[in-house]
Design a protein around this ligand. Structure first.
Ligand code: NAP
Length: 259
């Protein structure tokens, strides 16, 4: 399918690896020029070089912490006006509700709620002026089905979801859509880290921790970054112009609900 976005320009945050990289790859395949971001220079430059070589699109790489004011300024200055924004950042660590202090909540809110909101506030006005734009926020299955140990993530991402629900409807008439993609478990470093934490806590092997999680997913496996990226590229396409303020779950059926 021609996504109709060849020649558009996208900022994909936290995109040297994992789901962000999956989104960047799918957009590059659709002919979109990219601004990529991550903190670590090495993996970021390697991803940028790979996408340039494989898809012939222009790729600017900005090594910065997207959750800090300085990092965001650096990324936004390098990006300039973009047609497509994919927000993403690392997720908060797992833990126990009894242990989290105010500082832990502020850190999670900064990374997974206030950062995407600041990026939208910076980039939406120019998209609206030009009469076309796409925003996809990478959130989490936790918005629909909370995991107790990820309480910091549950809290921050639900806050972002509330902001998007209202804002998406305020900007839709300008040809700008905002939607959220909700990953269930995907095979990335993040999933490895969470499996590793379960294995260590329960004294079982990584394979045993993983097999248990596979069993809880009707698809019987983890999702892949390329499947996730393809869904993101569709939400950024010309064809998705009537999808506004939706929360699209990619979870292999793990959340057991009718709607
Ligand atoms: P990942 O494989 O660990 O990749 C994270 C990417 O983000 C890396 O490129 C990393 O590079 C970059 N990054 C992390 N923190 C950053 C920051 N502060 N500023 C800029 N770049 C940053 O993670 P993932 O699995 O793709 O997860 C992406 C998001 O989806 C996370 O918020 C995660 O919680 C959420 N999620 C994932 C799953 C899953 O199963 N994978 C499920 C639900 C939700 P650097 O480290 O070099 O910065």
């Amino acid at each position: 399918m021609d996504l109709g976005i060849k020649g558009k320009r996208a900022l994909v945050c936290a995109s040297s690896k994992g789901l962000g990289r999956g989104c960047a790859e799918a957009l590059a395949e659709a002919g979109v020029d990219l601004v990529l971001n991550a903190r670590g220079v090495e993996a970021l430059e390697a991803t940028a070089a790979d996408l340039r070589a494989r898809f012939g699109v222009s790729v600017t790489a900005v090594a910065a912490d997207i959750t800090s004011d300085e990092g965001r300024t650096q990324v936004l200055d390098a990006a300039g006006p973009v047609d497509i924004l994919v927000t993403n950042a690392g997720g908060p660590p797992p833990g126990m509700w009894t242990d989290w202090q105010r500082a832990d909540f502020i850190k999670a809110l900064d990374a997974n709620m206030l950062t995407p909101i600041a990026l939208m506030q910076a980039l939406l006005p120019a998209m609206m002026e030009r009469g076309w734009g796409r925003v996809v926020n990478i959130t989490s299955q936790a918005v629909k089905a909370p995991l107790g140990v990820l309480g910091l993530s549950n809290a921050a991402r639900t806050g972002l979801t509330g902001f998007v629900a209202g804002t998406a409807r305020q900007v839709a008439a300008s040809g700008v859509t905002i939607n959220n993609l909700l990953p269930g478990t995907h095979a990335t470093d993040r999933a490895d880290a969470l499996d590793g934490a379960v294995a260590a806590k329960e004294g079982i092997t990584l394979e045993a921790a993983r097999a248990r999680r596979f069993a809880a997913i009707p698809a019987g496996r983890y999702g892949t970054a390329s499947e996730f990226g393809a869904a993101c590229a569709f939400l950024c396409s010309q064809h998705a112009g009537f999808m506004v303020g939706q929360n699209v779950l990619l979870d292999g059926g793990a959340v057991n609900t009718t709607l």
